[in-house]
Write a protein that binds this ligand. Structure first.
Ligand code: HAM
Length: 435
């Protein structure tokens, strides 16, 4: 029986497919986020923050009515008469902001990155969640093909910078509008005689969006999709040239890549270049795509802006963390556990702790007035690097004991010297040491 939140005995739990990230785990996230941010800044990207909730129509129109995301996965609701959706992805909201702020008129090329939670009601599995985090980049104003290759290079630099090296890059081209129309006709011709064998979803989508059948995970659709014609056969000359130039630029960047003509991705807004980066981490199973992206040259105009080419990608942070494996070095700042015994010592401890923090040294005060043994035990368990012991004796001598909890060494340090003494060991300069 599912928990019922109104029953007093029911234990409330996190929503299925949504995870808590506790501080030790969050430190690993900080590392991923900081490598992503600094890499994006290296390529001239600036951070964009948009609301997590947008008008439902934004996703229905841009992501596409017949996609799984829109048909089955969105968290949508009505409030104050507005139809709203908790964002399933970041590209549509970024383009909405680009148009809303008239950015095209202000700068010829715009480079934005974002980091944040996305929401899709998918079936939860390892690497697939209902709230998950994406780090994404979007570039407006350049039709490529060189920037397409640089975009892939940026994503690869982030992943390699995090120590993920077993990666494969898959690329394809969906062509421009005319090509996609021709391809739609070719797919319709291919799938119509096979309709009876297709899944229910695919039969329903056949007329409107046969491209989606290529992306279907349903085993019923796989055989029919495998025999479908390749889009590369119907690309027009300009599309073909664009795709060849993307591949040449990837070669110039020494990025090996696999052309996958059946790669269509699950969102309807793509035009021309498409790509996915897969990690070979065994733990990821079917969720090995750590990054997906592509060109979407029609979205800005579709949102009422000027005709503006665009390209972008997003990476799944949970999947990146799995691919990084268990030994992600989480750095934890060396901290000081202040153990005070007796009321006057507690008052002194508060003042000293305040001084330590002003000096950038993380610390916590044990003001339970407990026995030294119990405080030392807690100090060890807290993960602190040092314990500063303040008792009545120490107070009257004006010197405290500093214990190195790992090395089991200890020193007697004059009250006025405590902050400089610990600053050299646990202060900002020393705090990046892995523990
Ligand atoms: P997407 O392929 O839907 O593309 O998602 C990008 C990445 O987000 C995936 O490759 C995966 O790593 C991660 N991801 C997606 N769904 C989940 C999930 N349920 N649980 C965990 N991770 C997930 C987009 O969202 C596009 N907006 C990318 C883009 C940006 N295209 C152009 N610009």
């Amino acid at each position: 029986m599912p928990n019922h939140p109104t029953s007093p005995a029911a234990k409330l739990r996190a929503v299925r497919g949504m995870n808590d990230i506790l501080p030790d785990e969050a430190r690993k996230w900080h590392r991923v986020e900081s490598v992503f941010r600094s890499t994006a800044e290296l390529y001239g990207y600036g951070e964009l923050r948009t609301p997590i909730i947008e008008d439902t129509a934004l996703f229905v129109r841009q992501v596409g009515e017949t996609t799984d995301v829109v048909e089955k996965e969105m968290y949508s609701f009505e409030r104050h008469g507005d139809q709203l959706t908790v964002r399933p992805e970041g590209t549509a909201g970024a383009a909405r902001a680009y148009v809303e702020h008239g950015v095209a008129a202000k700068e010829p090329i715009t480079r934005w990155y974002y980091l944040g939670p996305m929401f899709r009601g998918e079936r939860p599995a390892k690497g697939r969640y209902r709230q998950f985090y994406q780090a994404g980049c979007e570039l407006y104003g350049d039709p490529g093909p060189v920037c397409d290759a640089e975009m892939i290079e940026l994503a690869m630099r982030v992943l390699r910078g995090l120590g993920i090296n077993a990666l494969t890059v898959h690329v394809n081209s969906l062509g421009s509008a005319g090509t996609r129309e021709r391809y739609r006709a070719a797919l319709l011709q291919h799938f119509t005689p096979l309709a009876a064998e297709l899944s229910e979803d695919s039969r329903r989508r056949l007329e409107k969006n046969p491209l989606r059948i290529l992306d279907s995970k349903d085993p019923k659709d796989r055989a029919a999709a495998a025999a479908a014609p390749s889009i590369l056969e119907v690309l027009d000359d300009a599309d073909r040239e664009h795709f060849a130039a993307v591949r040449a630029a990837l070669d110039a960047l020494h990025i090996e890549h696999i052309v996958d003509p059946k790669l269509v991705r699950g969102l309807d807004y793509y035009t021309r270049t498409l790509f996915e980066i897969k990690a070979e981490a065994a733990d990821l199973g079917a969720q090995s795509t750590v990054c997906g992206g592509g060109r979407y040259d029609e979205m800005v105009e579709g949102l009422g802006g000027p005709k503006t080419p665009a390209i972008g990608f997003a990476m799944g942070l949970e999947r990146i963390l799995v691919a990084m494996g268990a030994d992600v070095a989480a750095t934890r700042p060396a901290s000081v556990y202040v153990a005070a015994m007796g009321r006057p010592a507690i008052a002194a401890a508060l003042e000293i702790a305040s001084g330590l923090r002003s000096g950038g040294i993380p610390c916590e005060v044990d003001a339970r007035d407990a026995k030294l043994k119990s405080m030392l035990k807690r100090a060890d368990a807290s993960g602190a690097a040092y314990c500063l012991i303040i008792g009545e004796d120490e107070l009257s001598r004006g010197a405290f004991t500093v214990k190195d909890l790992a090395a089991r060494a200890q020193w007697e340090v004059a009250r006025a010297e405590v902050v400089p003494f610990l600053a050299g060991r646990a202060g900002p300069a020393a705090s990046e040491a892995p523990r």
